[in-house]
Design a protein around this ligand. Sequence first.
Ligand SMILES: [Zn+2]
Length: 128
Amino acid sequence: MKNVWGGSVRMSFFDKVKQGATDAAKKAQQTVEITKLKTQISSKEKEIEKHYNLIGEAVYAARLAGNAAQSEAEVADLCEGITSIKEEIVQIEQKINEARNEKECVCGKVVLADTKFCSVCGHKFYEA
Ligand SMILES: [Zn+2]
């Protein structure tokens, strides 16, 4: 005699296996995505370092020439460049949080994406 319960238990077992495989695939894809974004951040950080070097060179060259003010415009440009690269890094960090299904509160606490209130500062998140 066939047991209806046995059949349904078996079904749910296979469903669980299938669900597990889907979760694993999702997790792997998420890891790839996060690694890619972290690589982007590293290259942005290298760009910033390059900007700092150029600032140093510009200031040094101006000093050598006996006119420190000569480097001012170039240094201002490079500083602006650094600021915009830093903004790009913040955006990439946000993408990493999204990939992890997390978001960052204004207080710096990282919470799950569907959180409505921050448990640390009480900040209310707007519905996306
Ligand atoms: Zn908070």
